[in-house]
Design a protein around this ligand. Structure first.
Ligand code: CAA
Length: 258
């Protein structure tokens, strides 16, 4: 699938798997990686045969950040004019649920890419951080905003101001990570979770993702209203009829997958 230079694209059943593949640069996110990840996600998102996506890196690094060598010689007019990193926003518009499977370094843009996904499953080797300040810059792919929403001001300030790395257990305690597993089980666990999601009704999975994401965009009262409107909409789907009938009949539901 796909003809990419910096990523590998595979599928297993209804799950798409994107593997960042610049091992010599610890998967540093240059513009080619951005272009290819966004293209691959768009293709998977448009495919009715895909119900969930996993994004992963290597054992040593999910991604060690934006590519410093690509940025080093840029000036204000360059990054401002090119709207550097804004292309990543397309990832957050994907409707299909996306899991980040993180082992090793997830620093700077690597941490930010993981946070753009819908949930993070981490190996016990994972290390998260926003070390941009050590380079004389600040996070530029949403880190100061998504990390703060995920872990609160105290830890986000700590990470953004000191540049220190946070291990997998601390990240799980802080609420950044959904699950921590032994490194050897990371991909199987993430693929199994993605397979479970892909086995649900696709429309309902998209609705659930939209409802949770609304919590990041609005007030509690508006969010609860949004949830209720989406909940009511589920009753317009065959999947609600099927899901509840199957429960009552004590059989497995046959959901619409596309
Ligand atoms: N950009 C470009 N190249 C990188 C890179 C990055 N972010 N991270 C690592 N590399 C390269 C190194 O330059 C090195 O290449 P060479 O062999 O050609 O010298 C190779 O990957 C291996 O790296 P190290 O030798 O440094 O490996 P290590 O095991 O000693 O250290 C590390 C690992 C602690 C992750 C270290 O590589 C590191 O600190 N990397 C940079 C982390 C960082 O600052 N990330 C933030 C980037 S800015 C950003 O992301 C902005 C944003 O908000 C979007």
């Amino acid at each position: 699938m796909g003809d990419y230079e910096t990523i590998l694209l595979d599928r297993s059943g209804r799950v798409g798997l994107i593997t960042l593949n610049r091992p010599k640069a610890l998967n540093a996110l240059n513009s080619a990686v951005m272009r290819e990840v966004i293209d691959a996600v768009a293709g998977l998102d448009a495919d009715p045969g895909i119900g969930a996506i996993v994004v992963t890196g290597s054992e040593k690094a999910f991604a060690a950040g934006a590519d410093i060598k690509e940025m080093a010689d840029l000036g204000f007019a360059d990054v401002h004019g090119r709207e550097t990193f804004s292309g990543w926003d397309a990832l957050t518009r994907a409707r299909t649920p996306i899991i980040a499977a993180v082992a090793g370094y997830a620093l700077g843009g690597g941490c930010e890419l993981a946070m753009m996904c819908d949930m993070i499953i981490a190996a016990d080797t994972a290390k998260f951080g926003q070390p941009e300040i050590t380079l004389g810059v600040i996070p530029g792919m949403g880190g100061s905003q998504r990390l703060t929403r995920a872990v609160g001001k105290a830890k986000a300030m700590d990470l953004c101001l000191t540049g220190r790395q946070m291990g997998a257990d601390e990240a799980e305690r802080a609420g950044l990570v959904a699950r921590v597993v032994p490194a050897a089980e990371l991909l199987d666990t993430a693929m199994a979770a993605a397979g479970t999601i892909a086995g649900m009704a696709k429309t309902t999975a998209i609705m659930a993702k939209d409802a949770v994401n609304a919590a990041f965009e609005t007030t509690l009262a508006e969010g609860v209203k949004t949830e209720r409107r989406i909940f009511y909409s589920t009753f317009a789907t065959d999947d609600q009829t099927e899901g509840m009938a199957a429960f009552i009949a004590k059989r497995k539901p046959e959901f619409n997958k596309s």
